[in-house]
Design a protein around this ligand. Structure first.
Ligand code: FES
Length: 124
C-alpha cells in the first residue's frame, strides 16, 4: 500500500522542468513532461549517482552518418556521472530497459479553482 505525499503545487514545476523532493524518507525527482508529472527515485542503478540532478534531454535518432533528429523532447534524464540515459516516464534505461530506477505514481489533487493551484502528490 502506498502513501501519498504532497510535494508542491503544479505551478512549482513548469513543463520541461523538475524538482527534487523528500517523500517517505527518499529523495525523489518530480518531472513535468508536457504537462504530465512523473517521479523517479534519485538514485542511478549504475553506481548510485543522484540521477535526477542530470540533464533532461531528447532522444537522438540517426539514419546514418551526418544525420540525426531529436525525438521525445524532455522525456530522457541523463545521469551526471557516466551519462547513462533513462526514460523519465518509466525509469527504464534507454538501451537496456531491464535496468531501471524506481518510478512512483504521481497524481494532481485539484481543490482550488485552477489546475495550477493543484497539489502534486507522489505515492511511495
Ligand atoms: S552512476 Fe549513473 S551512469 Fe554511472
Amino acid at each position: 500500500m502506498t502513501k501519498g505525499y504532497v510535494v508542491g503545487k503544479v505551478a512549482d514545476i513548469p513543463a520541461g522542468s523538475k524538482k527534487l523532493v523528500e517523500a517517505g524518507g527518499r529523495t525523489i525527482g518530480v518531472f513535468n513532461v508536457n504537462g504530465v508529472f512523473y517521479a523517479l527515485r534519485n538514485v542511478c542503478p549504475h553506481q548510485g549517482a543522484e540521477l535526477c540532478k542530470g540533464l533532461i534531454k531528447p532522444y537522438v535518432v540517426s539514419s546514418g552518418p551526418g544525420h540525426f533528429e531529436y525525438e521525445r523532447e524532455g522525456e530522457i534524464i541523463r545521469c551526471p556521472w557516466h551519462q547513462w540515459e533513462f526514460d523519465i516516464k518509466s525509469g527504464c534505461m534507454i538501451i537496456d530497459p531491464a535496468t531501471r530506477t524506481k518510478s512512483y505514481e504521481v497524481t494532481v489533487e485539484t481543490f482550488g479553482v485552477s489546475v495550477e493551484e493543484g497539489d502534486i502528490v507522489v505515492h511511495v
